[in-house]
Design a protein around this ligand. Structure first.
Ligand SMILES: [Zn+2]
Length: 318
């Protein structure tokens, strides 16, 4: 059996959100080295603040300033920091109840090792040198020798010059993908510009791409079956939103993305349709793959010029 493939994959996008009055004040406050919380109807101080009372759902806007010192309420040691985590040396994830607050804030504690971290330990904010109005304006917490002074948090207007009103949060998921035996064979065949599925020994359906088992019969599939290269458009959509990813930047909108049933396959796969105006693509259109130099899968599919397929030949494949 050939070696099963494995590859690093990354899903990444920037998430832009508007803040509203409470989060705007909180994050702008961090930029100005001021930690703000919000007081609920029953007098509790929530840090980080929220816009609505978690108990009564009432809108709350009563901002107060709490201390930059606090107490660890619970923690977990992270021996192996990952990319873009707040510290690049081992650290503790901590929930910190800042002095004056009734709830705890999730952040990190810079500590030499887990043996010095304990619930109840006193900590203080270490401010980032460059602050932009983000939770990372708190670079981390650090151990602090000193008790809370017990004073009540002071009311705060929440007003600052040049308030932060939106933030961009990068979302990123990187992982190692292993496609398994069936898809490894499929991908290796694609490298030779052949499309190979697998037939179910029970219902005889040919799955492309193969997943290694028939989802209907629940049995393993093993018999390789070469399908295509030609196929039929079973259904499609017109894409009007330009892709943000560099790999797809060259594709002009609108374009058509289709389900294509390759000849001999009992499952449609996905592909982009080119070589024909987008508004002339139709169900039943006969297409063939177009490969680019060095490509490991078809760049797109184009019309073959054959007459359209009869609906009856692909109606089970929609
Ligand atoms: Zn089956």
């Amino acid at each position: 059996m050939p070696e099963v493939l494995s590859a690093p994959l990354v899903v990444e996008f920037p998430f832009t959100r508007s803040l509203g009055p409470v989060q705007s004040a909180f994050l702008t406050g961090l930029r100005e080295r001021t930690v703000l919380g919000v007081r609920t109807g029953d007098g509790k101080v929530l840090v980080p603040p929220v816009e609505y009372d978690p108990v009564t759902a009432e809108e709350i806007r009563d901002l107060v300033e709490v201390a930059a010192t606090g107490t660890v309420t619970t923690w977990a040691w992270n021996p192996d920091p990952r990319r873009d985590q707040p510290l690049d040396t081992p650290f503790a994830w901590v929930l910190v109840r800042l002095d004056g607050a009734d709830t705890a804030l999730l952040h990190v504690l810079d500590a030499p090792g887990p043996e010095v971290v304990r619930t109840g330990m006193r900590v203080r904010v270490r401010w980032a040198a460059d602050r932009t109005g983000a939770i990372t304006d708190i670079a981390c917490f650090e151990p602090y020798e000193g008790d809370a002074d017990g004073s009540r948090p002071a009311p705060h207007s929440g007003e600052f010059t040049d308030p932060v009103t939106t933030i961009v949060t990068p979302a990123r998921l990187d992982y190692t993908y292993t496609p398994g035996r069936a898809q490894t064979a499929y991908i290796n065949a694609l490298a030779e510009r052949r499309t190979v599925g697998e037939r179910c020994p029970s219902c005889r359906k040919v799955y492309v791409p193969p997943r290694g088992a028939c989802p209907t019969c629940g049995v393993a599939t093993a018999e390789p079956v070469e399908v295509g290269p030609r196929g039929t458009v079973t259904t499609y959509c017109v894409v009007n939103i330009k892709a943000a990813h560099t790999a797809n930047l060259g594709i002009e909108v609108p374009y058509v993305y289709a389900h294509i049933a390759l000849d001999g396959a009992d499952l449609a796969l996905h592909g982009r349709i080119g070589g024909i105006p987008y508004d002339q693509v139709r169900m039943g259109l006969r297409v063939e793959p177009v490969w680019t130099e060095g490509g490991r899968y078809p760049d797109h599919y184009r019309p073959t010029g054959e007459p359209d397929a009869d609906y009856d030949t692909y109606k089970e494949l929609l």
